[in-house]
Design a protein around this ligand. Structure first.
Ligand SMILES: [Zn+2]
Length: 227
């Protein structure tokens, strides 16, 4: 649940210092514990916490997982059931050529509900990251919220804890970056983080908060590259 007193509740009030102060104070021990498996295997870089005043310069496309990169599968815990979106590689390749880096932020309450283990979800994530890397697309981070909504944690989208972590770890520039997802929570996450949110058409209803409503990932990529 968003703290109404938080200076981050209204995007326009965010300043760089507020973002960074929030990052440094982020007490997400659960998130830190998840890093070893939630990140892809070749991303063992230690988190670094930038000093206030550091320039956040890296443009990112932050992607939702289920329903965005891959087809939605109820309680997905078996990598064999992964079905990639048909235009995934071409869309991300086009963005990569223009200097965008990529991250994935995903809510996986199936862990909190004990419907899947961390290892099972980790195996699904690893396969996705490996597939993309085999196709020349590097995923800088893959952050997972394992909690059920009733925990009111700071890492479950639309809360922005994991986005703040990307700012801290990878110099993600919110103003240069985009969030793509199919759910309202993705769009709110992007908006609250200060990124440009894009909704890809799926089963969820259309969000009026999205800057663009894309038919496909390729449509979203074309829109970004045309700006
Ligand atoms: Zn969480």
């Amino acid at each position: 649940m968003q703290n109404p007193d938080s200076p981050l509740s209204i995007p326009e009030q965010k300043t760089l210092n507020q973002i960074l102060r929030h990052c440094i104070n982020l007490p997400s021990i659960r998130v830190l514990q998840l890093d070893n498996w939630a990140r892809s295997g070749n991303l063992n870089a230690q988190p670094k916490y930038p000093e206030f005043g550091v320039s956040l310069s890296q443009k990112f496309v932050v992607l939702d997982r289920d329903g965005t990169l891959i087809e939605h599968v109820h309680h997905l815990s078996d990598p064999k059931l992964i079905k990639f979106k048909p235009d995934l590689v071409s869309a991300l390749s086009a963005l990569s050529k223009e200097g965008f880096a990529f991250g994935i932020v995903t809510n996986q309450s199936i862990i909190g509900r004990a419907l899947a283990s961390q290892e099972e979800v980790g195996a699904v994530n690893q396969l996705i990251v490996d597939f993309l890397e085999q196709n020349g697309i590097n995923i800088s981070f893959l952050y997972v919220c394992p909690h059920v909504p009733e925990k009111y944690c700071k890492c479950r989208k639309p809360e922005i804890g994991l986005g703040l972590r990307a700012i801290s770890d990878f110099n993600l520039s919110p103003s240069l970056s985009y969030v793509i997802g199919d759910q309202e929570s993705d769009i709110l996450f992007g908006k609250n983080l200060g990124c440009t949110p894009i909704q890809v058409q799926g089963k969820a209803k259309r969000s009026h908060l999205a800057e663009y409503y894309a038919r496909t990932l390729s449509d979203a990529a074309d829109w970004i590259l045309g700006r």
